[in-house]
Design a protein around this ligand. Structure first.
Ligand SMILES: Nc1ncnc2c1ncn2[C@@H]1O[C@H](COP(=O)(O)OP(=O)(O)OP(=O)(O)O)[C@@H](O)[C@H]1O
Length: 891
C-alpha cells in the first residue's frame, strides 16, 4: 500500500509537479465541546476515516458519490466514540510516528518541493528547447497509459487547481462557513485562471473549469478529433501545458498564501493539521470538511425544521393540555370546595345534634342517677330502720320470752324440788317407820319363835296345853301372817314412792332440756343481732372518714369560706366546697377557685362533740360484740383533734359511758364484762406509758438522762414493745399500765386511785376513774413537755380499751378492742421553718402519718383480693395496734 501510494504520488508529482499528498499522514482533529463543534469534529472524524479509506484504497474510489457515501459512513461513525477514531488513526499507519517526527520538515519540504519544481520548470522552460526530449522533465505517457486503463483511472482525478477552485467555491458558497471571510481574501485559482487566461484556463482549451474534463481522461486521451498521437501536437500541447503551468505557478504563490492563511485559520479554529500534510491534502480536507459541514448543515436545518415544527406542535399540545388542566383543576377545586362546604354543614349539623343528644342523655343520666341514689338512700334508710326496729323488737321479745320461760322454769324447778324434798322427807319417815315396825315385828317374831320353842319344849309337858297352845299358835300365826302382809304392804308403798321419784326426775330433765333449747334460741337470736349490726357497719363502710371544722378562736381572723352540705340532704351531706383566696386572672378579673371535697360525713363548725359521737355509736356497740375498732383523729396542729377526742363529751368519755351502759344492759341478759384501759404515747417513734411515771420515759431523742430523775419502777427505764399474736389476733404492749374500769378494781396503790366500793352506781365510779385516768395522762404529758415544748402537739396518743365478755348462760365469750387515737398535728416542714429537734420531730411525724395514710388508702381500696397493704412501713405504732390484721375486722 505504502509502496503503491508512493508510486502514485511519484507519478503525479512527476506528471503535474503538484505537491504530493500523503494519505497516510495522521489527521488529528481536536475534540470540541459544544454541539456545533461536535458536528465539526464528526466531520473531521469522518474526514479522517475517509483519508484512511483513501489511504487504503489509494484514491481509487474517491468521487463525489463516494464522498456522499463516505459522509454517510462518517455519520454512522459519528455514533462511535472519538477514542475509536483515535485508535483507528494510530493503527492506520505504522509509519505515523516516523511521519510525526518529520511532520514539520515534510510540510516545508512539500512546499519547498513545490517551489523547487516550479523553479526547475521555469529553468527548464528557459534552458531547454521546446522540443527537448528530456525524459526527466517531460511527462511520460507510460504511467499515463497505465492510468488510462479504465479500471485504474481514479475518479478523483481532477487537478489540484480544479480541486482548489471547487474548494474555494464551496467555501464561498457556504454561508455559514467560518472560511467565508477568509475566502474573500483568497485569490481563487479559478479567478486567477480567468484573470490570467481570460477564460481559457482549464485542462486545455479554455473550457469552463467545472465542465472541463480533467486531463488524461479517456475522452481526452482517446484520439478522436486529433490526429492520433502526433508528436508535434503533443509537444504543442505540452508547451501549452507548460504555459498553463507557469501561470499556475504564478498563481501558486497566491494560492499558497491563501492556503497558508487558511491553514492558519484552521489552526486558529483548533483543527489539527499535521505539518506533514501537503497542500492538496489540506485542500481536500477543507473541501471535505466544507462539504460535510454543508451536508450536516442541511441535515441539521431539516432536522431543526422538523424539531421546530415538533416543538411548536408540542407547545400547542402543551398549551392545550395546560389550559385543560387548569380548567380541570378549577373544576376540581370548585367541587372540593363544594364538598367541603357540604361536609362542614353536615358536620356542624351532626355536632349540634350530637351535643343536644349528649346534653339530653347527660340530663337523663343525672336524673336517673339522682333518682337511683335517692331510691337507694331511701331503701337503705328504710331497711336500716326496719332492721333496727326488727332487731329491737326481736331482742325485746326474745328477752321477754326468755325471762318468762326462765321464771316459769324457775318456778317449776322450785315446785319440783319442793315436791321431791317433801317426797323424800315423807318417804324417808315412812321407810323409817316401816323399818322400825318390821324390826319390831321381827323382834316379836323371834320372841314368839323363842316362846314357840319354849312352848314346844314344854309340849310334852304341856301337850295337854298344846291344843290350847296350838290354838294360841294358830292365832299367833294368824297375827304373824297379818303382820307379814302388813310388812309386804309397807314394802310395796316404797316402790311406788320410787316410781314417783323417777317421774319427778324425768320432769326435771325435760325442764332442763326446755331451758337449753330456750338458751340456744337466745344465743342464736343474739348472733343474728350481732350479724345484723356487723352488716349495718359493713354497709356504712369499714373505713369511714368524717371531716369536722372548728370555730374561730379568739384572735383568729379572715376565715376561709366553706360551703357545708345540708345534713338533711338525701345523700347525707357528703360534699363540702372550700373557696380559695381571691386571685387575678390573666384578663385582670378577680377569680376564686373552688375546691370540692367529699367525705362520709361532714360536720360544720357549729357541730358539738355530742353530735359527732352520735355517728360513732354503732362502732362502739360493735366493740361490745367483740370487734376491734379504731377511731383516729387527724389534722393540722391546733385544728381541734384533742378537743374532739378528750374534750367535754368527746369521743373518749362518751365511748366509755356508752360501753358501760351497754355492759349494764347486757349484764341483765347474762353477760359479764371486764374492761381495761391503757394510754400510750408515741413520741419520736418511742412508746411511753401515759398512765405510768413520766420521769421514767425515754425522751425519744437519743436516750438522754432525765436529770437524774427516777426512771420507772426500781429506777429502771421502762421498755415497751409491741407483740402481736397472729393466731389469736391479739396485740399486747409490754410493761404497759392497764387500769381496770369494770368491774371496779381494788386500789393496789400503783394505779390511779380507784373509787372504793360505795353505794354509788358503778358507772359513776367508772366515770370518775376515767377522769382520773385522763388527768394522769395529761399530767405526765405536762411533765414531759418541760423537756420538749408543745409535746402534746408533737406526739401521737392512743387510748386503748379492752373488753372481755362472757355469758355463763350461753357459755360464750368475746373480746373487743377500742383504740382512740389522737395523732400528732401535721405540719409542712417548709412552712413551719422547723430546725434541729423540732425538724426531727416533724420529719418523724410526717413519715408516720404518710405511712398510716398509705395503709388506710390501701385498705379503703381493697376489694377482697390480697392486694398489697404497706403495713410494715408503719414502725410505731404498728398496724396491729389498731387491730388491722390484714385489714379484716376481727370477731
Ligand atoms: N369544736 C370546737 N369548738 C370550740 N373550741 C374548739 C373546738 N375545737 C378546738 N377548739 C379549741 O381549739 C384549740 C386547739 O384545739 P386542740 O388542742 O384540740 O387542737 P389539736 O388539733 O389537738 O392541736 P395539737 O395538734 O396541738 O394537739 C383549743 O383551745 C380548743 O379548745
Amino acid at each position: 500500500m505504502e509502496e503503491e501510494t508512493e508510486t502514485e504520488a511519484g507519478v503525479m508529482g512527476k506528471r503535474k509537479g503538484t505537491p504530493i499528498l500523503s494519505f497516510n499522514d495522521p489527521i488529528i482533529i481536536p475534540k470540541r465541546s459544544t454541539t456545533q463543534e461536535l458536528s465539526k469534529q464528526h466531520s473531521s472524524a469522518s474526514l479522517r476515516s475517509k483519508f484512511q479509506q483513501s489511504g487504503s484504497h489509494a484514491r481509487s474510489a474517491y468521487s463525489s458519490t463516494s464522498s456522499r457515501n463516505s459522509s454517510a459512513e462518517s455519520r454512522q461513525q459519528h455514533q462511535q466514540p472519538i477514542t475509536r477514531s483515535a485508535s483507528t488513526t494510530s493503527v492506520s499507519s505504522s509509519s505515523q510516528q516516523e511521519a510525526g517526527s518529520q511532520r514539520s520538515t515534510s510540510l516545508v519540504s512539500a512546499f519547498a518541493g513545490l517551489s523547487i519544481t516550479a523553479h526547475l520548470q521555469a529553468q527548464e522552460r528557459k534552458t531547454s528547447a521546446p522540443n527537448s526530449t528530456s525524459s526527466k522533465h517531460r511527462p511520460s505517457l507510460s504511467p499515463v497509459k497505465e492510468q488510462t486503463s479504465p479500471s485504474k483511472i481514479p475518479k478523483f482525478s481532477c487537478t489540484p487547481r480544479v480541486r482548489h477552485v471547487q474548494s474555494t467555491q464551496a467555501l464561498v458558497s457556504t454561508p455559514s462557513s467560518p472560511l467565508k471571510h477568509k475566502a474573500s481574501g483568497l485569490r481563487t485559482p479559478a479567478a486567477s485562471g480567468k484573470k490570467n487566461h481570460g477564460g481559457g484556463g482549464g485542462c486545455g482549451r479554455g473550457d469552463d473549469i467545472t465542465s472541463i474534463p480533467c486531463f488524461l481522461t479517456k475522452e481526452k486521451l482517446t484520439p478522436s478529433s486529433v490526429p492520433a498521437w502526433d508528436t508535434k501536437g503533443r509537444l504543442e500541447d505540452m508547451e501549452h501545458l507548460y504555459a498553463q503551468l507557469r501561470t499556475q505557478f504564478a498563481s501558486a504563490d497566491d494560492s499558497k498564501r491563501a492556503l497558508e492563511e487558511t491553514l492558519e485559520f484552521c489552526k486558529s479554529q483548533g483543527m489539527f493539521v499535521p505539518s506533514s500534510m501537503s497542500m492538496g491534502g489540506l485542500l481536500i480536507m477543507i473541501d471535505v470538511t466544507v462539504h460535510e459541514l454543508r451536508q450536516l448543515n442541511k441535515e441539521l436545518s431539516a432536522s431543526n425544521k422538523n424539531l421546530s415544527s415538533d416543538l411548536e406542535r408540542a407547545r400547542n399540545d402543551l398549551h392545550a393540555t395546560t389550559t385543560d388542566l387548569r380548567q380541570a383543576r378549577r373544576d376540581h377545586e370548585r367541587d372540593v370546595q363544594e364538598v367541603e362546604r357540604k361536609h362542614e354543614r353536615d358536620l356542624s349539623d351532626l355536632y349540634a345534634k350530637q351535643t343536644s343528644e349528649s346534653h339530653r342523655l347527660e340530663r337523663e343520666l343525672e336524673k336517673i342517677a339522682d333518682q337511683g341514689e335517692r331510691e337507694h338512700q331511701e331503701a337503705r334508710r328504710a331497711w336500716e330502720k326496719q332492721k333496727d326496729d326488727e332487731t329491737a323488737e326481736l331482742t325485746t321479745q326474745h328477752w321477754e320470752e326468755i325471762e318468762e320461760l326462765r321464771t316459769r322454769h324457775a318456778k317449776g324447778v322450785e315446785r319440783l324440788e319442793q315436791r321431791i324434798a317433801e317426797l323424800e322427807r315423807s318417804g324417808q319417815s315412812r321407810a323409817t317407820e316401816s323399818a322400825t315396825e318390821v324390826q319390831g315385828l321381827r323382834d316379836r317374831i323371834s320372841g314368839l319363835e323363842g316362846q314357840v320353842e319354849g312352848a314346844n319344849a314344854n309340849v310334852t309337858i304341856l301337850r295337854s296345853q298344846i291344843v290350847a297352845a296350838e290354838a294360841r299358835t294358830t292365832s299367833l300365826e294368824q297375827e304373824k301372817t297379818s303382820l307379814i302382809s302388813k310388812t309386804h304392804f309397807l314394802e310395796g308403798n316404797q316402790e311406788a314412792q320410787s316410781q314417783e321419784f323417777t317421774t319427778m326426775r324425768e320432769q326435771l330433765e325435760a325442764a332442763k332440756a326446755a331451758e337449753n333449747s330456750v338458751l340456744e334460741k337466745l344465743r342464736q337470736e343474739e348472733m343474728v343481732r350481732r350479724k345484723l349490726n356487723a352488716q349495718i357497719l359493713e354497709l356504712k363502710g369499714n373505713i369511714r372518714v368524717f371531716a369536722r371544722t372548728r370555730p374561730l378562736l379568739p384572735g383568729e381572723e379572715d376565715p376561709a369560706r366553706v360551703e357545708y352540705p345540708d345534713e338533711n340532704d338525701l345523700d347525707g351531706g357528703k360534699e363540702m366546697v372550700v373557696h380559695g383566696p381571691k386571685q387575678l386572672s390573666a384578663t385582670g378579673k378577680e377569680r376564686i377557685e373552688k375546691h370540692a371535697y367529699a367525705f362520709d360525713r361532714i360536720f360544720s363548725q357549729d357541730t358539738q362533740n355530742q353530735r359527732v359521737f352520735e355517728d360513732c355509736r354503732e362502732l362502739i356497740q360493735s366493740v361490745v360484740d367483740g370487734y376491734n375498732v379504731s377511731i383516729l383523729s387527724y389534722g393540722q396542729t391546733g385544728s381541734g383533734k384533742t378537743f374532739g377526742m378528750s374534750g367535754p363529751e368527746g369521743i373518749i368519755p362518751s365511748s366509755i359511758a356508752l360501753l358501760l351502759a351497754e355492759i349494764q344492759r347486757l349484764g341483765e341478759k347474762g353477760w359479764e364484762y371486764a374492761v381495761e384501759a391503757s394510754f400510750v404515747e408515741v413520741y419520736n417513734e418511742t412508746l411511753n406509758d401515759l398512765l405510768g411515771d413520766a420521769k421514767s420515759w425515754d425522751d425519744g431523742g437519743g436516750g438522754e438522762d432525765l436529770n437524774g430523775s427516777v426512771r420507772g419502777k426500781n429506777n429502771k427505764k421502762e421498755r415497751h414493745e409491741i407483740h402481736h399474736d397472729a393466731l389469736t389476733g391479739k396485740t399486747t404492749v409490754t410493761n404497759l399500765t392497764a387500769v381496770s374500769l369494770w368491774p371496779p378494781p381494788e386500789n393496789d396503790g400503783a394505779r390511779p386511785p380507784a373509787a372504793t366500793k360505795t353505794t354509788e352506781p358503778a358507772s359513776s365510779y367508772t366515770e370518775r376513774a376515767v377522769t382520773r385516768l385522763l388527768d394522769t395522762a395529761a399530767k405526765n404529758r405536762r411533765v414531759a413537755a418541760t423537756k420538749s415544748n408543745e409535746r402534746s402537739s408533737r406526739s401521737h396518743s392512743i387510748f386503748m380499751l379492752t373488753l372481755h365478755g362472757s355469758c355463763a348462760a350461753t357459755n360464750e365469750s368475746s373480746e373487743g378492742v377500742l383504740n382512740l387515737v389522737d395523732l400528732a398535728g401535721s405540719e409542712r416542714l417548709k412552712a413551719s421553718g422547723a430546725e434541729g429537734n423540732r425538724m426531727k420531730e416533724t420529719q418523724a411525724i410526717n413519715k408516720s402519718l404518710s405511712s398510716l395514710g398509705d395503709v388506710i388508702a390501701a385498705l379503703g381500696s381493697k376489694r377482697g383480693d390480697e392486694s398489697h397493704v404497706p403495713y410494715r412501713n408503719i414502725d410505731v405504732p404498728s398496724p396491729e395496734f389498731f387491730g388491722w390484721d390484714g385489714g379484716e375486722w376481727k370477731e
